[in-house]
Design a binder for this molecule. Structure first.
Ligand code: PMP
Length: 394
C-alpha cells in the first residue's frame, strides 16, 4: 500500500529554509519563513507567556480532557479580544482548534456539510494553505483579484469586479489584517463596501485572522472583522494565536461560527464539536490556557500588550527604514508601498529570476513570489537588501 502513495511535492518555503541552512556564506539573510524574529534573529518566548506557564505549572491539578470545544473560558477571552467587549455572545458558537490552520480546516469542512455547492472565494494571491486544504477536501473554489503588482497596493476595483460574480450562499475568505503574502490591506471604507456587497448578495464572509496586533494595534487590526460581524448575519472567523502570543508550536487556534440567534448557535456548536471529535477529538489545551491566563489577568495582559507593541513598532520601523533606503538608492518613490504595508510580510514585486539572482549574488533568501518577512531584517541588513534590490533591477 505505502508504495502506491503518490509522491508529494516538497514545500517551497521549507525547501528555502534548507537551502539557507546549507549556504556556507557568513553574510546571508533569511526572509523566507513566516515566524517573527527579533533583531538578533531569535523567536523569543514572550514574558507574559513565561509568567503564565509558571502560574499554570504551579496551580494546574489535572491534565484530564477538556470539553470537545476546549475550555469555554478560552473561547470567551479570545472572542472578546477579536470581536471587542461589546460583542453579542448569543450569536457565537466556538471551538478551540490546533492552530489557526485547524480552525480554517474545520471552517471549510463546516461549509461543506451545510452547503456543498457553495464556492469559496480566495484572494489572488493568498496563503497557499487555503487552496491546498480546499483542494484536499474537494470544495469548489474561485479567486478574486486582490493585489495590484504595479502599485504594490490592493486592486480594489478588480476585487469588487470579481466579487460581482458571487452567488447567494457563497463564502468569501478575507484576511482580517496583515494580508499574507502581500502586506496590502483594505481600508475601513473598503471593508464596509465589501460587507455591504456580501450582504446584498446573501453571501457569507469567512475571516482568517492570524496577525492581530502585528499591523496597527490589537483593536485596529480587528476593526474590519468587527465591521463584517456587525453587518452580516453569518460569519466564520478562524483565529490563530501563534504569532501574537509567539506560541507557534503550542497549536492554539479558535473557530467562531457567528449566526443570527440561539437556534443557529446551537446547531453550529453541535457541528463544531462533532468536527473536532471526528478529526482529533479534544483540542490541545496548553496554548489555550496560556492565552486565557494572560487575557484574564490585568497585569499579565498589560505586559503582553506592551511586548506586542514593541514587536509591532519594531517591524514598522524596519518598513520605514527599508522604504527610505530604497527611495534614496532608486531615486524614486516606487517602493513607498513597503511603508504602507502592514504585518510581517510584503510582496516586493521582483521576478522569480531577480529573486534567484539575489539569493545567488547576495545570499538573500525570499519566497519565489518575492514575499519577504520584514522580521527577518534588522537595522544593519536593511541597507544590504535595499542595495541588492536596486542592483537586481527590481
Ligand atoms: N492564516 C494565515 C494567513 C497564516 O499566515 C497562518 C500562519 N502561517 C495561519 C493562518 C495559521 O497559523 P497556525 O496554524 O500556525 O496558527
Amino acid at each position: 500500500m505505502l508504495n502506491d502513495l503518490p509522491e508529494q511535492a516538497p514545500d517551497k518555503i521549507l525547501m528555502l529554509m534548507q537551502m539557507y541552512r546549507e549556504d556556507p556564506r557568513e553574510q546571508k539573510i533569511d526572509l523566507g519563513v513566516g515566524v517573527y524574529r527579533d533583531a538578533e534573529g531569535k523567536t523569543p518566548v514572550m514574558r507574559a507567556v513565561k509568567a503564565a506557564e509558571e502560574r499554570i505549572w504551579k496551580t494546574q491539578e489535572t491534565k484530564a480532557y477538556t470539553g470537545l470545544a476546549g475550555d469555554p473560558a478560552y473561547a470567551a477571552a479570545l472572542s472578546r479580544m477579536i470581536l471587542g467587549e461589546a460583542h453579542d455572545e448569543g450569536r457565537i458558537a466556538a471551538v478551540a482548534t490546533p492552530g489557526g490552520t485547524g480552525a480554517i480546516r474545520q471552517a471549510f469542512e463546516m461549509i461543506g456539510r451545510a452547503s456543498p455547492e457553495a464556492t469559496i472565494w480566495l484572494s489572488a494571491p493568498t496563503w497557499p494553505n487555503h487552496p491546498s486544504i480546499l483542494k484536499h477536501l474537494g470544495r469548489p473554489m474561485a479567486e478574486y483579484r486582490y493585489f495590484d503588482a504595479k502599485t504594490g497596493l490592493v486592486d480594489f476595483d478588480g476585487m469588487m469586479a470579481d466579487l460581482a460574480g458571487i452567488k447567494e450562499g457563497d463564502v468569501v475568505l478575507l484576511h482580517g489584517c496583515c494580508h499574507n503574502p502581500t502586506g496590502a490591506n483594505l481600508s475601513l471604507e473598503q471593508w464596509q463596501q465589501v460587507a455591504d456587497h456580501l450582504k446584498a448578495k446573501g453571501a457569507l464572509a469567512m475571516i482568517d485572522i492570524a496577525y492581530q496586533g502585528f499591523g496597527d494595534g490589537l483593536d485596529a487590526d480587528a476593526a474590519g472583522t468587527r465591521l463584517i460581524v456587525k453587518t452580516l448575519p453569518e460569519v466564520l472567523v478562524a483565529a490563530s494565536c501563534s504569532k501574537n502570543f509567539g506560541i507557534y508550536r503550542e497549536r492554539t487556534g479558535l473557530l467562531m461560527a457567528i449566526g443570527e440567534g440561539p437556534d443557529a448557535k446551537k446547531k453550529a456548536q453541535g457541528t463544531l464539536n462533532y468536527l473536532n471529535r471526528q478529526n482529533f477529538s479534544f483540542p490541545p489545551d496548553h496554548g489555550a490556557r496560556i492565552v486565557t491566563t494572560i487575557l484574564d489577568d490585568e497585569a499579565l495582559k498589560a505586559d503582553w500588550m506592551a511586548e506586542l507593541e514593541d514587536v509591532r513598532n519594531g517591524m514598522l520601523a524596519l518598513r520605514q527604514q527599508l522604504a527610505d533606503e530604497l527611495r534614496q538608492r532608486s531615486n524614486s518613490d516606487r517602493f513607498d508601498f513597503i511603508a504602507r504595508h502592514r504585518g510581517m510580510f510584503s510582496r516586493l514585486g521582483a521576478t522569480p529570476e531577480q529573486v534567484d539572482h539575489m539569493r545567488d549574488e547576495n545570499g538573500i533568501y525570499m519566497v519565489g513570489d518575492s514575499r519577504i518577512n520584514i522580521a527577518g531584517l534588522n537595522a544593519n541588513t536593511v541597507p544590504i537588501l535595499a542595495q541588492a534590490l536596486v542592483d537586481a533591477g527590481v
